[in-house]
Design a protein around this ligand. Structure first.
Ligand SMILES: [Zn+2]
Ligand SMILES: [Zn+2]
Length: 316
């Protein structure tokens, strides 16, 4: 009997040590404008799972094809779209964050669309309204075909992401007043990933929205439970503050991480996974932004990740 208990215990310990932790990300699109086959969309799942949520959905089917060609999925396009993506988290209704989802909705299966109130209002009024596109969603202009189910997120309230084992809390962001966007804090077990939709810096937007998000995640950073942060940089430092249009430059990006460092302890930001999103690929801007971020990163030592379309990332 004792042997059996010992064996069971060994088995349990072995499987526990094999259990995968962290998250995986497959970027379906990474750019912040103009490249209409490569716009913001990031599939996120717990490590070892194929139940993803898609963070924004500027590009969907083209990104899936590229990801399959890069061996990030061992499945066909239809399976990835219909089975792997369990739902969409939409940060704000700008076309570069939503057009892929709208276009693909005809071929897609029933799933949940999570967003804050304003964003759902725009989807209802301006996209799924039978004029811009058939109303494949659950509310709005009749008849509502009820394929995409709107799930309204209230600020800070934990909401399960159906069929994914994950949950999400949403926080409002300022994206050039009066326009708003959203940060999503995704949870799986005791681990977290933070995704920022488009946002301006608090100082320029004259809000405390980013600081409020930093305050929520600071204890998670201290405890080593925040596995990654997605934050945008749209323009190089040469862009004047009055022409940011609710976006960040490398300088403001680092200033915002300094705010987090002030709350969580700078030493705890060293090697934090930070995925740089939404670069607008104008002229040499991609290269300039990379250089400016890297030069400014000496102080904090973030692990800066420049995602590529279709190339899988692991956040441990
Ligand atoms: Zn955008
Ligand atoms: Zn935007």
């Amino acid at each position: 009997m004792r042997n059996i208990v010992a064996l069971l215990l060994l088995h349990f310990l072995a499987s526990a040590s094999l259990a995968q932790t962290g998250f995986k990300v497959v970027p379906l699109g990474v750019m912040g404008g103009t490249m209409d086959g490569n716009l913001s969309a990031y599939m996120l799942a717990p490590a070892g799972s194929d139940a993803y949520v898609c963070l924004d959905a500027g590009t969907v089917s083209n990104g899936i094809s590229v990801a399959i060609s890069k061996k990030s999925f061992n499945a066909n396009d239809e399976t990835v779209l219909k089975k792997y993506i369990k739902g969409y988290l939409i940060s704000h209704p700008h076309l570069d964050h939503i057009s892929g989802m709208v276009i693909n909705s005809v071929d897609d299966t029933v799933k949940q669309v999570y967003a804050m109130e304003h964003c759902i209002g725009v989807m209802k009024a301006h996209y799924f309204n039978w004029q811009s596109w058939p109303n494949l969603a659950s509310e709005g202009q009749a008849p509502a075909l009820n394929k995409y189910r709107y799930q309204q997120l209230a600020e800070g309230v934990e909401t399960p992401i159906a069929e994914s084992g994950m949950s999400v809390r949403a926080f409002p962001l300022s994206h050039s007043k009066p326009y708003s966007s959203t940060a999503f804090l995704v949870k799986h077990g005791d681990e977290f990933v933070l995704y920022f939709g488009d946002t301006g810096p608090d100082e320029v937007e004259q809000t405390d929205h980013m600081k409020r998000v930093w305050a929520v995640v600071a204890p998670l950073v201290k405890a080593g439970k925040l596995k990654g942060v997605f934050l945008e940089v749209s323009y190089p430092n040469a862009q004047p503050d009055r022409h940011l249009y609710g976006h960040l430059t490398p300088k403001w990006f680092m200033k915002e991480f300094e705010v987090l460092g002030g709350l969580a302890g700078k030493e705890n930001l060293r090697n934090l996974n930070v995925i740089v999103t939404h670069i607008k690929p104008v002229g040499n801007n991609t290269e300039t932004i990379r250089k400016e971020l890297s030069a400014d990163n000496n102080n904090l030592g973030l692990r800066l990740i420049f995602p590529q379309q279709g190339v899988k990332l692991e956040l441990k």
